[in-house]
Design a protein. Sequence first.
Length: 572
Amino acid sequence: MTATLAFKPKLFSTLRNYDRRQFTTDLLAGIIVGIVALPLAIAFGIASGVTPEKGIITAIVAGLIVSLFGGSKVQIGGPTGAFIIIIYGIIQQYGFEGLTIATLMAGVFLIMFGILHLGTIIKYIPYPIVVGFTSGIALTIFTTQIKDLMGLTMTAVPSDFIEKWIAYISAFPTTDIWSAAVGIGSVAVIALWPRLSHNSNLLKKLPGSLIAIILMTIAALLLKQYAGITSIETIGDRFSISNQLPGAQMPQLTWEVIKGLVSPAITIAILGAIESLLSATVADGVIGDRHDSNTELIAQGVANLASPIFGGIPATGAIARTMTNINNGGRTPVAGIVHAAVLLLIFLFLMPLAQYIPMACLAGVLVIVSYNMSGWRSFLSIMKNPKSDVIVLWVTFLLTVIFDLTIAIEVGLLCACLLFMRRMAETTDVKVISDEINPAEEDSDFQLGNLEHLTIPEGVEVYEINGPYFFGAGNRFEEIMGALHHKRPRVRIIRMRKVPFVDSTGIHNLTNLCLMSQKEGIQVVLSGVNTKVQAVLHKAGFDTMLGEENICSHINIALERAKQLTNASIKD
């Protein structure tokens, strides 16, 4: 029942007050986003190791589903650069059928994330990890495009990052000057297009990547026709282009295959969740709205279930296309639906023309994509942060580049968790109060009228815990007490007024401390224990071990109890 209530697509709420004016705006935005998505879908498909039409099919299917069922008004779904390296690696190891199964599994995981309300938790993945693997992916994408960008003649490109660059350097003398000119020219056109078109409202709506593809495709055709230059490789030279819509097909699932693909499927799911929610969050800040993260995850899951069934690849929310949608007036999911329809029409009627696009031009498009993904400004800003953030950043970045994204995310999250635990442990402080308690440092409810209670009686030690009492904090007592060389006290008061919670490790350490003290003839008195912590201690049997009279609600009562105990021991 909870899962049903958590699924609230934005499309249905936005259509309640929908009017013709908004439809006109959404229609224009959807057409523009569809045009922008076309070259990117083709480029992402080829770079991922599949045919160009699979990239467009993914944009159509996933884009439609994300807009129909998503939790964001303006999110545009489809293939993204972040998945290129993952998809390519899975295909190399498990084949395209393995990718299909992994994507289906990732879809199931994403739906589970949404049903279990994990959308808000995923958004709290440390920023250095996000920047680290995003920058690492960007560098890896750039590296994979050098062969096509420069027209290098190579029998095989090594998969290892360092070996790949060694192979590129060795093959550099085989550079095809015409392919390199097309590739570098494409980069220049895309980079300079915003400046060249800023004076025209019509031209600046056209993406630089589309302009580069049109110009370079025409240039390659003219060079081939009139100059006899045939060394510029095109999509048609490498792939057989088809504009036939594929039928729905389910791969053969076996338990052994599913077990072997759990790790890459989880990587796809986590990365898809992070990227889609990051995109939706950025969009919220621009349009002043608030997305439903759990609904968005369910929609992303459904999209990744549908996309592979129709021959597509993993998809997620695309920040660049989402921002293009917003900047052109898109404010409801209708714009995303129009974008999918535009891509479908292009696929059906213009797809055969894609065979003339130079591979070097697509490499140039991906070079710009990798630059925009790199986030180098964010990378440099994190370098000024505490060392722990810098360590997580570099570990994630280097593992992404040298090994793969699966290992990078796993190790990055592990490092972040360990560093977080260390920070949390450091926030808990244990201090010794020796002679008297300063009323100025106490809470407003401190009984200032009974000033005699401010003085710590002879034979009494007071320790105060500031912060959560869990792993790491318990050892502070032993360290502090080991450093103190004085007469053994009769009573040891432990103030816990600033302890919000205690975990099993804290209970274990506190129990050992109390038992050790009792063996030495020292009575332990707890002070200021809040009701939540007291309930935990009660379940652990502290009432029996210490006695209820030695668990006090306030320091005044604890000091009075300590005085009674010291007087009793003196009489004995």
